[in-house]
Design a protein around this ligand. Structure first.
Ligand code: ATP
Ligand code: MG
Length: 374
């Protein structure tokens, strides 16, 4: 191994061992490789498999959503994991050459190492071998970084879980007490006075906070246990109807309820209330001016099916898979991103299913099925 090569590789190993931050590591590797192989352009493209986009690191910059997987030669290498090498000696002084090597960890493709325009020359066998070696070191460093981040995220979630459970528990209890006093005020106050409207508004806001506290409490549990009782579907729907004005909020959307099945079902009524409260609230947030929100219930075999639909702003196709992840929120100032993840856990605890259909700009509908007899 030549002296300059050895010193380039030692520098790269030292970089890899000194930091877990890709934002500093990758530009350094790019610079060392570029200097050693004497190429005009060197970059590392990292694939985000969730969004199918490629982020591009160069020596001095980072471009998000630089390309899509399957777009161009880089996209092909990213998608197929097969290297691409071109050495074209032209009659002009500079030669056109490029090298696109997949960055792989096992069978997983993490990105592409891209080197172009070797100065006054083209890539020889030894350059290709060196680049491949650096690419493999790079892939190991990226994989190590990803695992480290995952571990930290898990530790954070556990810590947040503990905090959430104690805070949320105390919050629910205090809110329940405050709610009793508000109920007393509602009875005492003159029904035609402005004060009565204020009390009602405070009660409504308290409901939101109570639901949030309970959602947090449920999320902090490893396994959610539901308490099923027998009740008529309309009992649940009537409770939801009380909040229909609150759901449509500023948009003035019309909230329609259609009950095509009103027998008794066996389920956790309070938690189902929270499921539909969350879904209707999201529908209200997404609704367009004078739009429509529809809630309907029907029987499907031995299941009861619920539908919550709106003709609001819709959801991007690539975001649908993220909806049920805790803390995923988008396009809201005050969103916590907990609503749908709790909805999912509650439906799962009922041995039910939840499906989403949406077209951006047109509509969104959530379809829920649970066994009607528990
Ligand atoms: N009916 C809908 N139409 C359009 N987007 C939706 C709809 N329902 C959910 N979403 C999207 O899914 C994201 C996650 O929803 P989720 O209920 O989990 O959290 P949130 O509404 O952002 O926060 P929170 O529920 O705590 O207020 C929302 O931020 C929104 O971008
Ligand atoms: Mg929500």
């Amino acid at each position: 191994m030549s002296g300059p090569l050895l010193s380039a590789l030692i520098k790269i190993s030292a970089e890899i061992n000194s930091t877990m931050e890709l934002d500093t590591l990758l530009p350094d590797i790019i610079k060392i490789t570029g200097d050693y192989l004497k190429v005009r352009n060197a970059s590392i493209m990292l694939i985000d498999w969730d969004t199918l986009t490629i982020n591009c690191y160069t020596e001095n910059s980072l471009h998000h959503n630089f390309l899509s997987v399957k777009q161009g030669i880089i996209g092909d290498v990213a998608g197929s994991g097969t290297e691409y090498i071109v050495n074209k000696k032209s009659s002009s002084k500079s030669s056109k050459s490029f090298l696109a090597l997949p960055l792989k960890a096992g069978s997983k493709i993490l990105g592409v190492f891209y080197l172009t325009d070797k100065e006054k020359d083209y890539f020889n066998d030894s350059d290709v071998k060196t680049a491949k070696y650096i690419a493999s070191q790079c892939a190991l460093a990226i994989e190590r970084h990803n695992l480290y981040n995952k571990m930290r995220a898990n530790e954070n979630l556990q810590a947040i879980g503990l905090l959430k459970s104690s805070v949320a528990h105390d919050m629910s209890n205090l809110l329940a007490i405050a709610d009793v006093y508000l109920g007393l005020m509602e009875e005492e106050v003159d029904k035609s006075s402005a004060m009565y409207e204020y009390v009602k508004a405070v009660k409504r806001e308290m409901k939101y906070i109570t639901i949030l506290a309970k959602d947090m409490l449920d999320l902090s549990k490893d396994k959610l246990v539901v308490h099923k009782t027998k009740f008529k579907v309309s009992e649940l729907v009537n409770e939801l109807k009380l909040y229909s004005e609150a759901f449509s909020k500023d948009s003035n959307a019309k909230c329609e309820f259609s009950i095509k099945y009103d027998d008794e079902i066996v389920a956790d009524k309070n938690r189902l209330f929270r499921v539909f409260f969350n879904l209707l609230n999201n529908a209200g947030d997404a609704a367009k001016e004078n739009g429509r929100i529809v809630f309907s219930v029907k029987k499907t075999g031995t299941d009861v099916s619920f539908l919550v639909a709106d003709n609001g702003k819709g959801i991007r196709k690539e975001d649908i898979c993220k909806l049920f992840q805790p803390f995923y929120t988008s396009g809201k100032i005050k969103g916590t991103g907990l609503g749908l993840s709790v909805v999912h856990d509650i439906i799962e605890a009922h041995n039910g299913s939840i499906r989403v259909r949406s077209i951006l700009g047109l509509y969104t509908c959530f379809l829920i099925r649970i066994p009607k007899d528990g």
